[in-house]
Write a protein that binds this ligand. Structure first.
Ligand code: ZN
Length: 133
């Protein structure tokens, strides 16, 4: 497996429109917004150099972002690393004993294939692996 770069930083917010004000102040233009029904989130993307900031607002009180906000409040929720081959990365990590949340890739915002690694195996960081074609 090969890690290519920091793909994005995922930030949990209560309200995308409210949080967008900060990025307006910073002069960072949004590149788009998408709702990912499977993860019960609305996502706004802010490209920044070779990476992106991803703002995540929950669309349901029982979604993973709603649960995160309830427990931790707003803030950085995950770090995403881009890999060249997600399926190969997952089987390699599994073979090395890394605890995975997703053993198979699933759909991520922007048409990426993504999978999460359990924070128990990463020193407390929710790590997303992402592959874009
Ligand atoms: Zn993400």
């Amino acid at each position: 497996m090969k890690i290519l770069k920091v793909d994005h930083i995922g930030i949990a917010v209560r309200n995308l429109a409210e949080s967008a004000k900060l990025y307006d102040l910073l002069g960072i233009e949004p590149a788009g917004m998408e709702e990912v029904a499977e993860q019960k989130v609305k996502v706004a993307f802010y490209p920044l150099g070779d990476t992106e900031i991803e703002l995540l607002e929950s669309t349901s009180p029982d979604g993973p972002i709603a649960k995160y906000l309830e427990k931790n409040g707003e803030g950085i929720q995950h770090l995403a690393l881009r890999v060249d081959n997600l399926e190969a990365a997952l089987s390699e990590l599994k073979a090395k004993g890394v605890r995975l949340i997703d053993e198979k890739p699933r759909y991520g915002a922007g048409g990426a294939k993504i999978a999460f690694i359990h924070p128990k195996s990463t020193g407390g960081i929710l790590l997303e692996l992402s592959e874009r074609t």
